[in-house]
Design a protein around this ligand. Structure first.
Ligand SMILES: [Zn+2]
Length: 352
């Protein structure tokens, strides 16, 4: 039985559009373990009753013992398979577009109050404890830490579905870029989403500071949100006569693109994976008052990548051991920011 948002691997269309990894038998690597576990537990149940009756454990002997027992085992296995046929079948090898469709459909369920809360049961936990998340997770997402942006809930995803980085202002600095690289290169998600949100406090704070009426910030906050500065400046430049309340929404969208820019500036690996078609990068905006995700134009990412490729300050090394040590990489933190220099001064004034 097919469930909304989780296309069955049995679907012909899905199999046709599955170029990323090895084409799988209709009973794919997610479905098959469920079936094997169920058959195993059913058979063990029969074997257990045999032990109680003092008879051998061997399934072969159980089948040989008598036709009646054989019939019982066949029936139990049949019932197990019927139960599994009614259970959701989840594809593990999704293309980026299929992964994006799942997120879109999950958000539609969330908005309409029809969330399924998939992959939150004991079977999924058992799978999480025994299998590599890279076989299951289909999207890496960076979002704001804001309590109004619960990523798994708003996309109606569960355990081992989404690899998530949450940080105030959904900024991409060294730690976030490293986490994203892990999500793309090791968890193997074909999709990366930068999810901004309406009413973002981090963007509001930087906008206020940039317009000259910010307020004192705790010592670690300015270096955290300085990535947002270039986005706010672009929003002001594009809306020179707008009031602050109207600049903030534009700055929030610009900040999504800033995070894409900062990732590409910092990560040669991310650029490479996008260029090779292994990963799709998408910007999105979450409305905290409606729960709806607005998907931003996909072609914008290609133009950002093209711009970054022309920037001599972009990181060229894809791997940590390409001739330089970790400490030196750390010291390059400022070097790979798109517009890193002026923001420090700007935030200094915030603290006065
Ligand atoms: Zn926020």
């Amino acid at each position: 039985m097919e469930q909304p948002g989780f296309p069955s691997p049995l679907k012909k269309e899905s199999r046709r559009t599955m170029p990323r990894r090895t084409q799988l038998h209709p009973l794919d690597s997610t479905t098959l373990p469920y079936i094997m576990t169920a058959i195993s537990s059913c058979v063990q149940e029969e074997a257990g009753s045999s032990v109680l009756s003092g008879k051998p454990l061997s399934i072969y002997k159980l089948f040989q013992e008598n036709q009646m027992k054989k019939g019982i085992i066949t029936s139990v296995v049949g019932v197990c398979l019927l139960a599994l046929a009614a259970a959701p079948a989840f594809a593990t090898d999704l293309t980026a577009d299929q992964a994006l469709t799942k997120l879109k459909e999950g958000n539609e369920r969330f908005v309409s109050g029809k969330s399924m809360h998939p992959h939150t049961d004991a079977a999924r936990l058992a799978l999480a404890g025994s299998e590599d998340q890279g076989k299951h997770a289909f999207a890496t997402v960076i979002s704001c830490s804001d309590s109004r942006v619960p990523v798994e809930l708003l996309f109606d995803t569960g355990i081992m579905d989404t690899f998530i980085i949450r940080v105030a202002g959904n900024v991409v600095d060294t730690d976030e870029a490293g986490s994203i690289e892990y999500g793309l290169a090791h968890v193997n998600t074909p999709l990366f989403v930068v999810l901004g949100h309406t009413q973002c406090g981090a963007v509001k704070a930087v906008t206020a500071a940039t317009l000259g009426h910010g307020h004192p910030l705790e010592i670690n906050i300015p270096p955290l949100v300085d990535n947002i500065g270039p986005a706010v400046k672009r929003a002001i430049e594009k809306n020179p006569k707008a009031e602050e309340k109207d600049i903030v929404p534009a700055a929030i969208v610009e900040n999504v693109w800033q995070s894409v820019t900062d990732l590409f500036m910092r990560s040669a690996k991310a650029r490479e994976m996008v260029k090779e078609g292994k990963v799709k990068v998408v910007g999105a905006l979450y409305d905290v008052s409606t729960g709806k995700v607005e998907w931003l134009p996909e072609d914008k990412v290609a133009s950002i990548l093209a711009e970054v490729e022309k920037n001599p300050k972009r990181q060229m090394q894809a791997m940590a051991d390409e001739g330089k040590g970790h400490e030196e990489h750390g010291s390059k933190k400022e070097e790979h920011k798109a517009e890193p220099t002026q923001e420090k001064e700007g935030h200094g004034s915030v603290k006065k």
